[in-house]
Design a protein around this ligand. Structure first.
Ligand SMILES: Nc1nc2c(c(=O)[nH]1)N(C=O)[C@@H](CNc1ccc(C(=O)N[C@@H](CCC(=O)O)C(=O)O)cc1)CN2
Ligand SMILES: Nc1nc2c(ncn2[C@@H]2O[C@H](COP(=O)(O)OP(=O)(O)OP(=O)(O)O)[C@@H](O)[C@H]2O)c(=O)[nH]1
Ligand SMILES: [Mg+2]
Length: 480
């Protein structure tokens, strides 16, 4: 059954899912939520205690899960948490069985045979939301928490899960509601100057609220690197050692390295976690001029073909989108004219020039001097010996966070959906302030306030149409 078919007004059915990820593991957890959770549990669970009659709420019971024919599927611990004091607010049964794929699937099958329905993505959290146990920003925080790549993103999600964003937005919405009431009064009793709201006061209050909304939106920009990670691209001439550097940073032999220029023809993408910052690092096809391959005459060059040419085009494209480009050059050779050309085109603010092969004597004239003249920050490393690789990692992190800084653990940071609604609210408020300046009658301005309130209500989920819930909870995993 699809979510749009389910009517929130009817008595809910009982859902079940494996809450832990598939694969090998010590223990797996199944969750069951709904009115039949307890009776399902009593049917399939057999306690080792001879006098077991019923679950003691919120206590772990030891026993087995058995089919009606008496086959033991697994030895388990199980807990029953009656609603409303449970995660979903409904009666919840948890079964902790052995990990792996077989035991959890067998127990799930048995639950489904006994009438439970396989939960949709995010349906446990959806139920918690529908039961009023959390607002929409908190439900979304659950998904953000699970997806958090590192400690900083985890803190941001935890702040939101604790209601950090919802309560702030709700407080702003209440101020708007208060303004709305005052506008109504001014319209209904124009003669009563006591109750009247002077336009200056209206404008000041609207401006205050707009500033608070702008602060929330600004926090998003600051937290972007922490939540989404950053992209770092290894670019430069063939044979400079880009793939060797990728391997050195990853600490394993991921990319093929050979002495032949043109080894990497397609891009290779991996992830690094640099002290809580998720870095998508991309090794690309080395750049070389297809027409003038003279300098590599000594090496057994692979001719540039369509594949490599396309690879070089992708390298340029990726480099243009990256937060940081590692422009890799072979520090033991003078800069090629082509490399000087490329270096002049690089934006110093987004480039770190990496002089590789520091285990060899530096070339004369030193390429570092030329690069520094172009305002490029340089670092010497050796992918082969590992010298400077840790410092390279530290500098990558510092450069990517230069505009961001370390995360503010208390920041309430909107996601894309929430930000769109905040911008919508602010547009209404901007128009409202303009109306007030121009002396538009108050009774024509109420609709602006209403629009701003509605955007905030949509943010916290006070108004949440089915299709909005659908698109939010479909991003969850099964069992959450
Ligand atoms: N085994 C297990 N671990 C889990 C969860 C779970 O559902 N099961 N959680 C699921 O995401 C998270 C914890 N979140 C939870 C939030 C509220 C309640 C709950 O039952 N709240 C009741 C009782 C509170 C109390 O005893 O003080 C309530 O708020 O009324 C449970 C888990 C992470 N760990
Ligand atoms: N001495 C020395 N040699 C290195 C170092 N790093 C890479 N090399 C060598 O340089 C050659 C090219 O290395 P790659 O990592 O394949 O270079 P690349 O930039 O990925 O080359 P393309 O994929 O062709 O663009 C190989 O023979 C490496 O062993 C280093 O730090 N020191
Ligand atoms: Mg390569």
């Amino acid at each position: 059954m699809s979510r749009s078919d389910s009517k929130p007004s009817t008595r809910r059915d009982t859902i079940a899912a494996i809450a832990t990820p598939p694969g090998t593991g010590g223990v797996a957890v199944l969750r069951v939520s709904g009115p039949e959770a307890r009776s399902l549990g009593l049917q399939i669970f057999h306690s080792t205690q001879a006098d077991f009659q019923d679950f003691t709420p919120r206590m772990l019971h030891f026993g087995t899960i058995c089919t009606p024919a008496g086959n033991v599927l697994d030895e388990v611990l199980t807990a029953y948490m009656p609603g409303p004091h449970s995660y979903t607010g409904e009666d919840v049964l948890e079964i902790h069985c052995h990990g792996g794929d077989a035991a959890p699937s067998a127990v799930l099958d048995l639950l489904l045979q006994h009438g439970a329905r396989l939960a949709d993505r995010g349906e446990f959290t959806l139920r918690a939301f529908l039961a009023g146990r959390m607002d929409l920003t908190q439900a979304e925080a659950v998904a953000e928490l699970i997806a958090a790549p590192g400690r900083a993103a985890l803190h941001l999600a935890q702040t939101k899960l604790a209601g950090g964003l919802g309560t702030r937005v709700d407080a702003l919405r209440e101020r708007l509601e208060h303004l709305r009431a005052q506008l109504c009064l001014a319209v209904d009793f124009p003669e009563e100057d006591v109750e009247c709201l002077p336009p200056e006061d209206l404008i000041r209050e609207v401006q205050h609220i707009r500033n608070r909304v702008d602060e929330l939106l600004a926090g998003m920009e600051r937290a972007r690197a922490w939540r989404e990670g950053v992209m770092v691209v290894l670019a430069g001439r063939v044979n400079a050692g880009k793939s060797s550097l990728l391997n050195a940073l990853l600490g394993r032999e991921r990319a093929i390295v050979t002495e032949r220029p043109g080894t990497t023809r397609d891009y290779i993408e991996e992830h690094l976690l640099l002290d809580g910052l998720r870095v998508r690092i991309v090794d690309t096809a080395g750049l070389r001029d297809p027409s003038s391959d003279t300098s590599d005459a000594a090496a057994a060059t692979i001719p540039v073909d369509e594949v490599e040419a396309a690879g070089m085009e992708i390298s340029r494209e990726l480099a243009s989108r990256a937060e940081l480009v590692l422009f890799v050059v072979d520090g033991s050779r003078p800069l090629e004219p082509e490399e000087q050309r490329i270096a002049r085109d690089l934006a110093p603010g987004r480039t770190l020039a990496v002089l590789n092969k520091a285990d060899q004597p530096a070339a004369q004239p030193d390429p570092a001097a030329t690069l520094e003249q172009l305002d490029l920050e340089t670092i010497r490393v050796s992918a082969r010996t590992g010298t400077g690789i840790q410092e390279l990692a530290d500098r990558i992190r510092a450069r990517c966070l230069r505009d961001t800084g370390e995360p503010d653990p208390d920041a309430a940071v909107p996601n894309a959906r929430q930000a769109a609604l905040l911008r919508q609210a602010n547009q209404e408020l901007k128009a409202l302030a303009q109306d007030a300046v121009q002396g538009v009658p108050y009774d024509l301005m109420g609709v602006r306030l209403e629009g701003a309130c509605e955007a905030m209500e949509a943010l916290t989920g006070r108004i949440a149409p089915q299709d909005v819930l659908h698109s939010i909870f479909d991003n969850f995993c099964i069992g959450k």
